[in-house]
Design a protein around this ligand. Structure first.
Ligand code: CAA
Length: 248
């Protein structure tokens, strides 16, 4: 990945920051987006922390639910860094509630952040890839987009949508040097999973044959593989990384 330019959306999050680091470890120049409700000082603190560990990321504030903002984001990254070769659509949120209690706001917020954002970013990121006849797009879905989960109709719908998006786009760009794949993590040690009620989480862990949560690095390594030049024959596929919790 030497000298390739990568963008990791939500790259300051639990899985995202590990993905950003793995891509950088493999020689990529890595841009990450953040939203953090506009808390730029938190983003700067993250950047300083990464710098102290030897990582030199470029950070960009962006509301990925806004098409025009993503158009400006991609234009800025290409202007700053020279190209865009790898896109990891990682940004995502949860707003869990059973459907009878779910508000329209929670429904739209999750679909906007998890699915519409992928259209917005990818639609704009594709052009520089097609121009170069090279690209790697990795969309982060979830085990729950495949198997469903109690209390997550919005999240599961958004994550299931990613599979259709991946496969349709993979067809469209297969002959143009661009691969498009999905990675579906199971329950990973992140603040998102820590929000789940402890008793419920313990029940979930009992359903994982490997018997534990995933480490974020275990997801990041697979993403780095799909992002490499070596994975040019893998497209339209899904990598499940869930400790055997859902096999199909
Ligand atoms: N299966 C069946 N029944 C269940 C259940 C389950 N998994 N969980 C709760 N129930 C039952 C309760 O026993 C209770 O039944 P009674 O009414 O008969 O007593 C009823 O459902 C409770 O219903 P409520 O609407 O009151 O639910 P709640 O408000 O207490 O909890 C919830 C809803 C917060 C969504 C909770 O179910 C929950 O946290 N579920 C887990 C959600 C989850 O896994 N989130 C993952 C977040 S991390 C992530 O998403 C990353 C990733 O990609 C994996």
């Amino acid at each position: 990945m030497k000298n390739k330019v990568a963008l990791v959306t939500g790259g300051m999050g639990g899985i995202g920051s590990h993905i950003a680091r793995y891509l950088a470890d493999h020689g990529a120049v890595v841009a990450v987006t953040y939203f953090k409700n506009g808390d730029h000082s938190a983003a700067e603190a993250w950047l300083r922390e990464q710098k102290s560990q030897g990582y030199d990321f470029k950070i960009y504030y962006a509301d990925l639910t806004d098409f025009d903002a993503t158009e400006q984001l991609i234009a800025k990254i290409v202007a700053d860094l020279g190209s865009l070769d790898i896109l990891v659509n990682n940004a995502g949120i949860t707003a869990d509630a059973t459907l009878v209690k779910m508000t329209p706001e929670h429904w739209h917020k999750v679909i906007d952040n998890n699915l519409h954002s992928i259209f917005n970013v990818t639609r704009n990121a594709l052009k520089p890839m097609l121009d170069k006849k090279y690209g790697r797009i990795i969309n982060i879905s979830s085990i729950n987009g495949q198997k469903g989960q109690f209390g997550q109709t919005n999240y599961c719908a958004s994550k299931a949508g990613i599979h259709g998006f991946t496969k349709a786009l993979a067809y469209e760009v297969a002959k143009k040097g661009v691969t498009v794949n999905t990675v579906s993590p199971g329950y990973v040690k992140t603040s998102m999973v820590e929000k789940v009620d402890e008793a419920i989480l313990q029940d979930i862990i009992k359903q994982i044959p490997v018997g534990r949560l995933a480490e974020p690095a275990e997801v990041a390594r697979a993403v780095a593989f799909l992002a490499s030049e070596d994975s040019g024959y893998i497209t339209g596929s899904n990598f499940s990384i869930n400790g055997g919790q859902h096999m199909y």
